[in-house]
Design a protein around this ligand. Structure first.
Ligand code: NAP
Length: 351
C-alpha cells in the first residue's frame, strides 16, 4: 500500500512535535504538510520550531515550509494539535473541504455526531461518521477526536472493569505532568518545589468524556454510560506521564483483587489484532510491585502506548482502588490520534 499523505496542524507545539516523531517511523503514513500559527508561517520547520523531544528532529521535516492552517494542504488527512479556540473553526473547514481530521483538541469531543475514540475501547462509535456527514453535508471529510490525556489513562482500565463488573462510581486524583500544559506551560517558579491543585477545565472533561467513551452506539447516537466520576486534578513537576489514583464502586462486586487484575490482564487490543503499527499487544500492563507504576519508570511502557496499572487492592470506602499511569503526549495525545487513523485505515475508512 502507498503511504497515506498526512498534514499536521499545530506542528510546532508539544503535541505537534510528538506527531512528527511518531509519524516519521510509521509505515502507513507520510508527512507531506506542516502548518502552525502566523508566527511560524513562511519559515522552514527547523527555523519555526523549538524542538524539545530528546530524539533529534527528523531530517525529512527540517526544510519543509510551515504553512497556514487552511484547506489546500497537500495531504489526505490532517492530525490536529491546535489549541481549542483555533481548532473549532479550522477543523470544520478542513472536514468540509474533504479532509479527514484526527483531532487532539477538546473543541469537538462532545459534539453528539463526532466520535470520541480510543480504538481498543469503542471502535464501533466510528459509525457516527455517517451521521456526521449527513448532519453537516460533508462528503469525504470527517472529524474524529481523541480524549483528554487524563481521560485516556483512566478509561482504558475502566473498560474491561465496566464490562466485567459494571462501574458505578469513581473517585480519581491525578498527578499530571508539565508537558500536558504545552510550552512554555507553567512557569518554573510556580511548579518547582510545589504541587498546583488546579488545571483549568480538566475535571469537567474527566467527568463527561468517559461516559461518552463507555457509552453505547444506539441508532444514530451515543447513549452515555451511567457512571459518576469525581475527579481532582493536580499539576506536578514531572516532565511527561500522568499518574492517577482511582477508587471504584462496582455494580457486581469482584470476589478479590486477583479477579480485578485478571479482568485487566485479559483485555485484548482489537487494533493490534488488525495489525495497526502503533498498537501494542498488551495495552494494559498490570504490575505487582507495591511501588509501581512510577512516572519515570513506567511512562514509556509499550513505546508510550500502554497504560500501566498497579496497587490493585480493596478500598475502605468503595470496592477497589488502584494506580494508573499513561504517557500524556503519546498515549494521551499524538500516539492515540495516530492509532485512531490506523484503525480507520485497517477498516477501509481511510484510503
Ligand atoms: P502548544 O505546545 O501550545 O502548541 C500549539 C500549536 O498550535 C503550535 O504549533 C502553535 O503554532 C499552533 N497554534 C496556536 N494558535 C494557533 C492559531 N490561532 N492558528 C493556527 N495554529 C495555532 O499546545 P499542545 O500542548 O501541543 O496542545 C495542542 C492541543 O492538544 C491542545 O488542544 C491541547 O489541549 C491538546 N492536548 C494536549 C496534550 C498534552 O499532553 N500536551 C494532551 C492531549 C491533548 P506556533 O508555534 O506557530 O505558535
Amino acid at each position: 500500500m502507498n503511504p497515506i499523505r498526512v498534514g499536521i496542524l499545530g506542528a510546532t507545539g508539544a503535541v505537534g512535535q510528538r506527531f512528527i516523531e511518531l509519524l516519521s517511523g510509521n509505515p502507513w503514513f507520510e508527512i507531506t504538510a506542516l502548518a502552525a500559527s502566523e508566527r511560524s508561517e513562511g519559515k522552514t520547520y527547523a527555523e519555526a520550531c523549538e524542538w524539545r523531544i530528546s530524539a533529534d528532529m527528523p531530517a525529512a521535516v527540517r526544510a519543509m515550509p510551515v504553512l497556514s492552517c487552511a484547506p489546500g494542504l497537500d495531504c489526505q488527512i490532517v492530525f490536529s494539535a491546535l489549541p481549542p479556540a483555533a481548532a473549532r473553526e479550522v477543523e470544520e473547514q478542513f472536514a468540509a473541504a474533504g479532509y479527514g481530521v484526527l483531532s487532539n483538541a477538546s473543541a469537538h469531543r462532545m459534539d453528539p455526531d463526532v466520535p470520541l475514540l480510543i480504538p481498543e475501547v469503542n471502535a464501533d462509535h466510528l459509525a457516527l461518521i455517517d451521521v456526521q456527514r449527513r448532519n453537516r453535508g460533508w462528503g469525504r471529510g470527517f472529524i474524529v477526536t481523541d480524549p483528554n490525556c487524563s481521560t485516556v489513562g483512566m478509561t482504558l482500565p475502566l473498560k474491561p472493569l465496566h464490562d466485567a463488573f459494571g462501574v458505578r462510581r469513581v473517585i480519581v486524583t491525578t498527578m499530571q505532568a508539565l508537558s500536558g500544559a504545552g510550552y512554555p506551560g507553567v512557569p518554573s517558579l510556580d511548579i518547582l518545589d510545589n504541587v498546583v491543585p488546579f488545571i483549568r477545565n480538566e475535571e469537567d472533561k474527566m467527568i463527561s468524556e468517559p461516559r461518552k467513551l463507555l457509552g453505547r452506539f444506539v441508532d444514530d447516537h451515543i447513549a452515555m454510560a451511567d457512571i459518576r466520576i469525581s475527579p481532582a486534578c493536580n499539576r506536578v513537576a514531572a516532565r511527561d506521564g500522568h499518574l492517577e489514583t482511582l477508587a471504584i464502586e462496582f455494580a457486581h462486586k469482584p470476589s478479590s483483587a486477583a479477579e480485578v487484575q485478571e479482568a485487566l490482564r485479559s483485555f485484548r487490543s482489537a487494533p493490534y489484532a488488525l495489525g495497526c503499527p502503533s498498537a501494542v499487544e498488551q495495552t494494559i500492563i498490570v504490575r505487582e510491585e507495591p511501588d509501581r507504576p512510577q512516572t519515570l519508570k513506567d511512562r514509556d511502557a509499550g513505546h508510550g502506548m500502554a497504560v500501566t496499572v498497579g496497587r490493585v487492592r480493596p478500598c475502605e470506602v468503595f470496592d477497589y482502588k488502584m494506580v494508573v499511569l499513561a504517557h500524556n503526549t503519546i498515549r494521551g495525545a499524538a500516539g492515540g490520534s495516530i492509532l485512531n487513523a490506523e484503525i480507520m485505515v485497517a477498516r477501509g475508512m481511510i484510503a
